[in-house]
Design a protein around this ligand. Structure first.
Ligand SMILES: [Mg+2]
Length: 116
């Protein structure tokens, strides 16, 4: 399974099976999951804390660091998927909707190569 073959529904099912097998549904409420997303995001950020901009590209060549970064990103993704499931949110349509709003907010002719 990879990004080219998996669907969001596949990923949601994998996470929900894991949660369900352990009867963890009562713990996967909106408060706990939104908190978990933030905590896992902080764990991801730890890998880049104190690095200077010029040191960032080397992270991709560090196999051990990349293994941990992938794991943190997977943690975030699992909690995002579970949050979406708990709240009845369709991730794909939410993302497309938000990107359309972002495109209006940040038109290419005004924001090409800059974010202010
Ligand atoms: Mg983690």
């Amino acid at each position: 399974m990879n990004d080219s073959t998996a669907t969001v529904a596949d990923l949601k099912r994998i996470v929900q099976e894991f949660v369900s097998e352990r009867k963890w549904e009562p713990f996967h409420d909106a408060k706990n999951l939104s908190t978990a997303i933030a905590i896992e995001a902080a764990e991801l950020m730890e890998h880049f804390q104190w690095l200077r901009s010029e040191e960032l590209p080397a992270v991709r060549d560090d196999k051990e660091a990349m293994k941990e970064i992938r794991a943190e990103l997977a943690d975030i993704t699992a909690f995002v998927l579970s949050f979406a499931e708990t709240m009845g949110i369709d991730l794909s349509s939410s993302l497309v909707e938000k990107m359309k709003r972002n495109a209006i907010k940040y038109p290419v002719d005004r924001f090409l190569g800059r974010f202010r």
